[in-house]
Unconditional design. Structure first.
Length: 664
């Protein structure tokens, strides 16, 4: 990727792109005045604001009479005496309207084969699978692990769980048997929905065998059923009495299944995300508040219109795939593209080719993908976006990490033809949906900035005590008032929930995002500066440093000690850097390269390929203070290749710094 000088970067960051007439025409929020009016409505009477939106946007089986209950803060509840069903709000609500025969999903497989399904057909498939779940004894309140390829069946599995009131926990198909086992145990899951294999980049990758390995690790006695979708002809192991193929499970099941009414606070799903300690956190989301925000942000952030073709490239294993594949687009009645493959197979023009083929009008992807495609286009003219007709595009979006201004400009110019607003969305697994983002018909855009909070989101930047900081001063990002789609708790760990997100030193009621941010002095626009805790953001995926460190030291025959930090990376945004002390002394040269490769494979097995360290550095020890504390600030400087200018007088072993200079 072409580097831009600091002066050019500053000019890019200060450049403002006002919404053009095409973006304003017919937009739901078509001016800053309209945006400010909504913000004022939310600030003046939050209960009335959220109550109005919940009644207008969701169908309730039993209407709610209470909006926000703050009596047990920070365990806030919303619409808690109301009842609804998420699947009914995504599917049944469209039956009897023109949307029922509209295409719900355009599925493009890894090999390019395209399958479409209408809303009416999708409802039938979801209902039939919901009946199959019930036939195996799965009921309201049970937890179900979904470990599926990026297919229509993955969405069907999630919707079917919601339909019967079962709480799903989707595990990304790249995670290991160990990661799967930990999530099964923590959730107390009664079933796993998986496939024999998945297809990515022309390769067949196993899923069912990883499920078997995870269960075999022990502690998974709660699992009574494993449903297996046959994605490829390849045979897989089937355990008699426990495992059942989709075809067999669906045989004889009807295509009608009444949706089960659940309370608005009923857990729709648990999604595990890395924390700053080794154990993953089960983020618990409600049904009513979460679904409301997924629907609203489809309307506001993407200004969704009936004729749009929406494409979010995220996997359902991540929160983006939950909110903007499995729930938001369906609740909004959109036609969406679901893609099984990767952006560089069979060539790095695959995204642009698909936009042309399916006439995509709203395209939502990660900065990591954009940066990799910039690099590909720079090295091969044949895969440059200019070779495809992208005129159907109306709105572009980015997700997962802040987008650097240079990549923003390339995306805007070469993909959007300088006509499409770029909505740079900031949000988290814990927020359930966008919280800070431009609105395409209203917000002037500044490359590299996620701009302003959505109406009802009281975002601020504070110091360690919760005191507000002035514009231009960097600090910690917080949200001062609850909102409907916020995390409800950490599954089975309410104390960790309070400590992680609502620290007592800030009063115990303010949500701490865990990210640093700064607001511009002129417009008050937000720019995210990075994590303030020990969580890395690799290609938009959050990884706990402690989780990777724990995996490394679990290699007990080899590793004595390990520390993990992040460093900036042009492709992935942040790269994993591991500092390792071996039991057998410090290796060098070919031996060090061989051991580094062995450790990468080990981490991939323990956590998943996404967690593999990009750099591994070996030392006889780690830089520690005389009290034994690892000096991580020094490790971060070493990882970045910076000269050590910090005070090292408190180091027990300053000579160690030179050893750690070599990366493998």
């Amino acid at each position: 990727m072409t580097k831009t000088s600091n002066i050019e970067s500053t000019l890019v960051e200060n450049r403002v792109f006002p919404p053009d007439a095409r973006a304003r025409q017919g937009a739901r929020i078509a001016s800053m005045a309209a945006y400010e009016a909504l913000c004022k409505e939310a600030a003046d009477d939050g209960d009335a604001f959220w109550s109005r939106l919940a009644k207008d946007n969701l169908q309730w089986m039993r209407p709610f009479t209470r909006t926000l209950d703050e009596s047990k803060a920070p365990f806030y509840t919303w619409f808690d005496d109301g009842e609804l069903n998420a699947s009914a709000n995504c599917l049944d609500r469209h039956i009897g309207t023109p949307v029922e025969n509209k295409t719900a999903i355009v599925f493009e497989a890894d090999d390019g084969k395209v399958t479409t399904v209408s809303y009416k057909e999708l409802l039938a498939r979801v209902s039939q699978f919901a009946n199959a779940l019930k036939a195996r004894g799965i009921q309201k309140g049970d937890r179900v692990i979904v470990y599926m390829p990026m297919t229509i069946e993955g969405v069907v599995a999630m919707q079917a769980c919601a339909r019967i009131g079962a709480t799903h926990s989707v595990v990304f198909g790249g995670f290991s048997a160990k990661a799967l086992q930990e999530r099964i145990i923590d959730a107390g899951a009664v079933a796993v929905i998986t496939a024999n294999s998945q297809l990515r980049g022309g390769k067949e990758l196993p899923l069912k065998s990883i499920v078997d390995d995870g269960i075999a690790l022990g502690g998974c006695e709660s699992i009574k059923t494993v449903f297996v979708y046959r994605r490829t002809p390849t045979a897989c192991n089937m355990v008699e009495g426990r495992d059942i193929g989709f075809a067999e499970a669906l045989a004889g099941q009807g295509t009608e299944c009444p949706p089960v009414a659940v309370g608005a606070e009923h857990p729709l799903f648990i999604l595990y995300t890395s924390g700053s300690t080794g154990k993953p956190k089960g983020v618990q989301h409600s049904t009513g508040g979460y679904l409301l925000w997924a629907k609203l942000t489809m309307d506001w952030t993407f200004d969704l219109r009936p004729e749009d073709v929406f494409w979010c490239t995220a996997d359902i294993g991540w929160i983006t795939g939950h909110s903007y594949v499995a729930y938001g687009p369906l609740a909004a009645g959109a036609t969406q593209v679901v893609f099984e493959g990767i952006p560089t197979f069979p060539h790095a023009g695959r995204f642009w080719q698909m936009i042309e083929k399916h006439k995509v009008s709203i395209f939502y992807t990660a900065p990591t993908a954009i940066r990799s495609l910039i690099k590909a286009a720079d090295s091969d003219e044949k895969v440059h976006p200019k070779n495809w007709d992208l005129s159907s595009l109306r709105i572009l979006g980015t997700v997962g990490e802040p987008i650097n201004p240079e990549a923003w400009m390339w995306y805007h110019r070469n993909v959007g033809g300088e006509k499409c607003p770029v909505v740079d969305t900031f949000w988290q697994t814990e927020t359930g949906g966008h919280v800070i983002t431009p609105l395409p018909g209203a917000t002037p855009l500044v490359p590299g900035s996620c701009t302003l909070p959505l109406p009802g989101i009281a975002a601020a930047i504070v110091d360690e005590t919760g005191k507000d900081l002035p514009n231009g001063a960097g600090g910690m990002l917080v949200i001062k008032r609850p909102w409907p789609s916020m995390i409800r708790t950490i599954w089975n760990d309410p104390e960790r929930f309070k400590k992680s997100y609502f620290p007592e030193e800030m009063g115990g009621t303010i949500y701490l995002a865990g990210d640093g941010a700064v607001r511009s002095e002129d417009r008050g626009y937000f720019r995210i500066t990075g994590r303030i805790d020990d969580v890395l953001n690799v290609s938009g995926h959050r990884l706990g440093t402690m989780e990777i460190e724990s995996a490394l030291v679990a290699k007990t025959d080899l590793v004595a000690e390990a520390a993990v930090v992040g460093r900036p990376d042009d492709m992935t945004g942040e790269a994993v850097c591991a500092f390792v002390v071996l039991k057998r002394g410090r290796p060098e040269g070919d031996e060090a390269a061989r051991i580094a490769a062995e450790l990468r494979s080990w981490v991939a097995k323990e956590i998943g390929p996404i967690a593999k360290p990009k750099d591994i550095r070996f030392g006889e020890n780690l830089p520690k203070t005389r009290s034994g504390k690892i000096m991580r600030r020094l490790l971060r400087s070493i990882a970045k290749g910076e000269a050590i200018t910090q005070d090292t007088s408190t180091l027990e072993n300053p000579a160690i710094l030179e050893q750690l200079g070599q990366a493998y």
